[in-house]
Design a protein around this ligand. Sequence first.
Ligand code: PEP
Ligand code: MG
Length: 278
Amino acid sequence: GLFRSEFIYLGREDYPTEEEQFEIYKEVLSRMGGKKVIIRTLDIGADKQVDYFDLPREENPAMGYRAIRICLTRRDVFKTQLRAILRASAFGTVSIMFPMIISVREVRDAKEILEECRAELKAQGVPMGEVEIGVMIETPAAALTADLLAKEAAFFSIGTNDLTQYTIAVDRGNAKVEKLYTALHPAVLRSIRNVIQAGREAGIPVGMCGESAADPALIPLLLHFGLDEFSVSASSVLATRKTISEWSGEQAAQLTEQAMALATPDEVGACLHGQVKA
Ligand code: PEP
Ligand code: MG
């Protein structure tokens, strides 16, 4: 559901080459035996710093030069990654998704660079498979324009870790405001609901790859909203499947109606946690 490709870039002295990345993606795809792997393109900056990128110190890095913003201005770095993914696409089923999108412009630009890479590889006779393009919905701008973004994407993946921080303006890494940081805030729930609805209306699948996908309190709501895919860490897969299997459509609908009528995160929390099945 989410291959965080920045881990290839972290903890090393210099940029990973196209060849190094190709070998890593190829191995993952080969091992998955044809099952789909969603690779998220480089998402550094803010909480993920990499020295050799020589990024400037910023007053407000979470809203600064990061993720797709770096990729669209450092085309050399972006193209190296995209070429490696395209080459690996011959060895399995891969989708690409772009992080921190705030506008259709960025999606179009990223797709154009991808097509440029594809054309170059094709001219070199390199075999490639089909690659679907998805958009991460993790900014309020993306959530509010999901209907527009849906026209540019084959799928959405809601990144609730960032969507929560930006929607309620609470730093996800700041212990001082830790108590305020919750996806059970009515604003976040409404945002998630609207994104899933926009995806459904456009006929594209909507997944969730933030931590909330594995939150048993939230799962009945996500089911009722119509979430198509839950992307969770390996250690949460079984528990998440179990929770999903325990909810009937009718029960999930009832609980969702109750929870969505509540006004504060603590009321929502009390309502949902009271319903978590043992
Ligand atoms: C998210 O923001 O929800 C997400 C999945 O990405 P990350 O946690 O890596 O920012
Ligand atoms: Mg994120």
